[in-house]
Design a protein around this ligand. Structure first.
Ligand SMILES: Nc1ncnc2c1ncn2[C@@H]1O[C@H](COP(=O)(O)OP(=O)(O)O)[C@@H](O)[C@H]1O
Ligand SMILES: [Mg+2]
Length: 328
């Protein structure tokens, strides 16, 4: 059994029974497990409140083959980070023939990698900050010469601001590199952009109103994201209509560039000239009640249960390649 991606098969569902038996995948074993538990529980409750036959499924504790044994018709993936958001799970589900929400194997895998996302974005005309790949101390001098200080060092495939450091003095680059390198081999630097931060949620091929994020911390790090109550969010973000339309188009183009689909989020920093620069895309962004995608959805009258429902609808684009072989 194999699935194909057929975007034209996306459909609006009005009867919860049309979804069949649904597994909400959350938990997992990535460093973002705690956030996934929050997202997954919120989605599970939301789907149940709308009459969907939804059940919790933690891939850390249960083998994916249980999805078949359990007679599940589709899954809502609420896992963040490697092993859930990076295409590997999506590949397993393709092989099992279980339709799933959101991006496929390729979009998920590329979206997980900020460096490859930037390269593709550039190739397609979506502006993103300049960058230098850091392989070791031999790269430090050139990096500072080219990007100037301050700059930011990032591991390519971590989420939730893990392993990222702002570097203000040349002497601190080595420690920042070591911190990122400890997490993964692929590390890069980009110039520090002092401007405002925006994020755009995407749902079923459309961009939702942008959100502006303000934090009193140096940047929007793990703590600011999940634990502080002084991080401020503005939606509508305050952009003029033309700038808002431009930003939304860039978000759609960024998604297109990496082959992501269904739903997600694109993060941007605005440079001094008012030009939005793509930071990254998220193919399975947070879905807690305080998360950004639900915030943007609310702005256009889509409440949390409706959002969880619409995301579930995206699973209809995953269709068995050989319908005759479909399970009864
Ligand atoms: N080049 C940059 N200049 C200034 N701030 C940045 C830059 N890159 C990232 N940040 C800050 O760090 C946060 C996390 O970066 P991001 O690339 O979105 O990674 P992730 O959200 O996966 O951790 C951003 O939300 C932003 O606040
Ligand atoms: Mg981000």
């Amino acid at each position: 059994m194999r699935l194909t991606y057929q975007p034209e098969r996306l459909r609006r569902v009005s009867d919860p029974r049309d979804f069949g038996r649904v597994a909400v995948l959350f938990g997992g074993d990535s460093s973002e497990r705690e956030i996934s538990l929050l997202s997954g529980n919120a989605v599970l409750e939301a789907l149940k409140s709308r009459g969907v036959d939804a059940h919790a499924f933690d891939p850390r504790d249960e083998d994916l083959s249980e999805l078949i044994a359990g007679g599940f018709d589709r899954v809502w993936i609420a896992l963040h980070g490697p092993g859930g958001e990076d295409g590997t799970l999506q590949g397993a589900l393709e092989y099992l023939g279980v339709p799933y929400t959101g991006s496929g194997v390729m979009g998920s895998a590329i979206g997980m990698d900020k460096l490859r996302t930037k390269r593709l974005a550039l190739a397609l005309g979506v502006p993103t900050a300049d960058f230098v790949v850091l392989t070791g101390p031999a790269d430090f001098e050139l990096t500072i010469e080219r990007l100037k200080l301050p700059l930011i060092v990032k591991p390519a495939t971590q989420g939730s601001s893990v392993g990222m450091t702002k570097v203000e003095r040349a002497a601190d680059l080595a420690a920042a590199f070591a911190a990122a390198r400890q997490l993964e081999p692929l590390v890069f630097a980009e110039p520090w952009i002092p401007g405002k931060e925006y994020t755009v949620a995407l749902l079923q091929g459309e961009a939702l109103p942008s959100i502006r994020i303000e934090t009193p911390k140096t940047f929007y790090d793990y703590e600011a994201k999940y634990f502080r109550d002084d991080t401020r969010y503005f939606c509508p973000s305050g952009l003029a209509a033309s700038a808002e339309a431009h930003l939304r188009n860039l978000a759609l183009a960024a998604f297109e560039a990496v082959g992501a689909c269904g739903w997600g989020r694109a993060d941007f920093m605005m440079d001094a000239a008012g030009r939005p620069l793509l930071l990254e895309i998220n193919t399975i962004p947070g879905m807690t009640s305080h998360s950004l995608v639900p915030m943007a959805a609310r702005e256009v009258g889509i409440d949390f249960p409706e959002l969880a429902w619409r995301v579930l609808e995206t699973s209809f684009t995953r269709v068995p390649a050989h319908p005759a072989a479909a399970r009864p």
